[in-house]
Write a protein that binds this ligand. Structure first.
Ligand SMILES: [Mg+2]
Length: 121
């Protein structure tokens, strides 16, 4: 395993930050505006699905969906960076939490929320 600092994700964040800094945009990248931008890009992603079935959207708008998903990922990484969060640790922490809330034995094939799963004890 590679040390965390050398991971592909950390390299990617460095490239995004370098892109931003070459344009002197850090001055606009406060957590609030990055959170707003993340939501706006998520809405642009959703727009590709509006009035289409899931299958139609994926078949008809692959490049647009890919582009908006990239925007979402970039803003998510920028927001995490601005908050001093390690993206991999942040996701792994959430995954362990989800592992506790949704044990595979109970949650397998179920769309119930964890609070409903717990009630079945
Ligand atoms: Mg966009």
């Amino acid at each position: 395993l590679l040390p965390e600092e050398d991971s592909g994700l950390h390299q990617l964040v460095s490239e995004i930050i370098a892109f931003r800094d070459r344009r002197n945009w850090a001055q606009y990248h406060n957590p609030k505006d990055l959170a707003i931008s993340l939501c706006l890009e998520a809405s642009e992603l959703l727009e590709n699905f509006q009035w289409r079935t899931s299958d139609e959207a994926v078949a008809e708008r692959p490049a647009q969906i890919r582009g908006e998903l990239a925007d979402v990922l970039i803003y998510a990484l920028l927001l995490g960076h601005s908050l001093g969060l390690d993206p991999e640790a942040t996701v792994r922490e959430k995954l362990s939490e989800a592992e506790r809330k949704y044990p595979a034995g109970k949650a397998y094939g179920s769309r119930k929320k964890y609070t409903e799963l717990e009630r079945e004890d």
